[in-house]
Structures are given as C-alpha cells and as structure tokens.
Design a protein around this ligand. Structure first.
Ligand SMILES: [Zn+2]
Length: 255
C-alpha cells in the first residue's frame, strides 16, 4: 500500500482554515491532497468515493470516538474498504495505517488461488519480523484486503482491479525494456510515462516492486507533482528511492 503524507488543514484564498459543516465537504480537498484513490487498497476511484473517518465516530463501547468532522480524521476510501473497516476500533499500534507507517513495506500483492484475482498478503518472515507479519495480517483482516467476492451481484471488485493492475505493470515493464534498448531512448520521458500509467492504474505497491531497481522511475512514482500525496520520507533519494522505514526511532517496529 502507498504511504501517505499527513496533510495540513486546507485554507481558503485568504488563508483562513476551512471548516465545513458536513464531513463530506472535505471530498474536494482530499482529492486535491491524495488523488482519487482509496487510501487502503489503492484502487482508483471514479465514483462512490467515500470520505472516511480514520478513527470511527461511533466506535464500540470503551473506545474513544474519532472527531466527526476534523480534517485530521478524514481520508478517502472505496466502499468495500470503508464497509469492512466500519466502526472497528483503529489503532496505529495494532494496524498499519497509511499516514503513520511506510505501508509499502509489510504487504505484498499476490495472485489468489483463482488467478483472475489478486489479493493482499502479509510479507513473509524473514522479510519482516513475526510481530510485523501479524500486524499486517490483522490489517488485511480489518480491511478484507484478501476478499474475493464471488457472488453474482458482485460488489467488491478490488481483487479484479488488482489483477488488471498486475497486467498493466507487466506490459509497462516490457515497454520499458524495449525503450531502454532503443536508440532514441529518453530516460526522463520513459520514467514519467510509467508514473502516469501508475497514476491511472493505482495499486502503487505493484509499481514500486517492479521498478524498485530503476531509480529514475522510482523518483517519478513518488513525485507528488505526478501522483500527489505520497509520503516521500518513506523513500530514500540517497539509495535510488528505495522504500525505507518511516519510524526509525521505534526499535520494536520501525515500519
Ligand atoms: Zn479500498
């Protein structure tokens, strides 16, 4: 999953902090901040783009309610992620969250048993510690990121769109390799083109994985002028923009 910047509260033309009376009115500012993607599964959203409360406004008894309207508690989500998350308590100590962690690091996107679908899986030990793997699995459970909806009246199309993104990445790689070998190869043009394809495709982890060893492509994939909102502090410009932990002071779990 793509790690996100923490956004500043939007201001109007005169610099005053905007304070809508309906949380849904944050939608435009959220799109400007993070694009039209679900922050959890990273699918691109064309409609039914839901303003979601990170910490639920109606949590179960015993848990602190999130602010019902504050900018700092709002993100964009697709219906299936928002519905799965529902009013479950949310805690950055229990789950990997896109504004708190480098959410690229603990997850993989893999084909399911049915190869028409791709699902999210926790990275395997030893790539991550056992506790990190458990936290990733709990996050997958929270958001049902491994769900395959086989009902005739399918609603959750995340697994199908993930598979389509996999195919887009594969063909982008083929075109990239041909371009590099071409006498008219222009590295800037090609790298920017890949980032724009990624912007259309979403599911950014697939693109990071495929182009991990191509620094210029990684630079463009994490460039906020092409795909806005990505937490650039989760990628190391001194090392080819490879993903790095976001919480290095946390020895137990720097992710
Ligand atoms: Zn989603």
């Amino acid at each position: 999953m793509r790690p996100l910047n923490k956004g500043n509260t939007p201001t109007d033309a005169t610099g005053n902090v905007i304070a809508p009376t309906d949380y849904k009115n944050w939608r435009k500012a959220l799109i400007e901040r993070i694009g039209y993607y679900c922050v959890y599964c990273n699918q691109p959203l064309s409609h039914s783009l839901q303003v979601e409360h990170v910490v639920p406004k109606n949590p179960p008894p015993g848990y602190t309610a999130g602010d019902p309207i504050a900018w700092s508690n709002m993100l964009l989500a697709c219906g299936p992620c928002n519905n799965a998350k529902s009013n479950n308590p949310v805690d950055a100590n229990i789950y990997y969250l896109p504004e708190e962690h480098n959410t690229h690091l603990p997850f993989s996107i893999v084909l399911s048993i049915n190869p028409d679908h791709a699902i999210v899986a926790a990275k395997a030990v030893p790539d991550v510690l056992a506790a990190q793997q458990q936290k990733a699995e709990d996050t997958i459970d929270l958001l049902e990121l491994d769900n395959i909806d086989e009902r005739p009246a399918i609603v959750d199309i995340r697994s199908l769109k993930r598979k389509a993104a996999m195919l887009s990445v594969q063909s982008a790689r083929q075109v990239y390799d041909m371009a590099v070998a071409s006498p008219t190869y222009n590295a800037n043009v090609v790298a920017t083109d890949i980032a724009r394809r990624a912007a259309d495709s979403g599911f950014f982890s697939l693109w990071y994985e495929e182009f991990m060893n191509e620094p210029l492509v990684m630079e463009r994939l994490t460039d906020n002028t092409i795909i806005q909102g990505t937490a650039t502090n989760c990628f190391d410009p001194a090392n080819g923009y490879k993903p790095i932990p976001r919480n290095p002071a946390n020895i137990a779990d720097p992710i």
